[in-house]
Design a protein around this ligand. Sequence first.
Ligand code: SF4
Ligand code: SF4
Length: 383
Amino acid sequence: MVGNLYIIEKARLDDLIRLLREDGCRVVGPTIRDGAIVFDEIASAEQLPRGWTDVQEAGHYRLERRTDDAYFGYVVGPYSCKRYLFPPRQRLFSITRNGRPLSGFDVDVTSASPPRIAFLGVRACDLAALEIQDRVFNAEYADPYYRDVRRSAVLIAVNCSEPGGTCFCSSMQTGPRCTRLFDLALTELPAAFAAEAGTERGRALLERLSPQPADRNVQHLVELMLESAAEHMGRALDTRELPEILLQNPEHPHWNRVAERCLACANCTLSCPTCFCSNVEDSTDLGGSRAERWRSWGSCFTLEFSYHTGGFSRSSVRARYRQWLTHKLAGWHEQFGMSGCVGCGRCITWCPVGIDVTKEATTIADDVRRADVAERGARERSR
Ligand code: SF4
Ligand code: SF4
């Protein structure tokens, strides 16, 4: 059953959520809150954004009614799985004096009882982001909380058939089709879901939903939908030689032009599913009997983040934007063997001034490529 395509009725979506909850999972899925589709804990399919879509452009996000009642007729909201595996603010541990002469204090570690989470509606770009975060939090040095939540997480993915205005996963080879990491991948058709199990756990889940084998027509329809989605991305990014171009052009004038617009608000890093920087703070109570260590999301866009002995290494907004973009699209390759960008478009949508990672990188890259061609031409002519 793993790898084959099946059909499940739309009405079984509620059963899927119920089964996951019966299996002891907190089901985290898309729901509407504060004018956006966000990931949150849900208890039934009624809480899904049925019949809604999101219209996204640079610095623009609006919900609109669809003309049909699709459950997953939107792309991605500001939240991703990151919020649950690497929470925005998290107590790492607390220490309390216990008055006993030898041990002295008790340590309470937060990761001792991680929740079991079933993510419903994860897109291909978010699966790719998870793969990246695995290399940060679950590799040689594992973050215990991340490792435990990730290990028990159930991933119910949904293929994208209608990419949004800021999506460019095709360029980053991360979507729109879910190809790995998922337990179950759904494709929403007008009257049913096409479902594919990616793991034994997904197979067991699918079996409980009375699936019917998908015939050739359904398989063909799914292929057409995903091919069409790949060809209709809202954005594109030519990644050829991009790491070299960005790293070799730290003084390109376009960095200044972006810096004039950038507010250094950090929205891009906070909404990005792959950004992983954090700050750690210790605090004690006034009586000196209890201490806590907290971790919260950090951002390379803040001045303090580049502070080290002797001052700030990135004191200008230009230096901070350049650091972020070159790390995402260039340095990450050296560090993790892959790009730090999965093409989800969140940083473009949620940037209040509409700074667009695809446009800014393309402006620099096209300029450098044009200059290279002109230089080669001049050299040829002078021979
Ligand atoms: S690029 Fe946009 S979202 Fe990011 S810090 Fe600058 S203004 Fe904020
Ligand atoms: S850099 Fe932007 S487009 Fe790329 S993964 Fe992060 S939020 Fe998504």
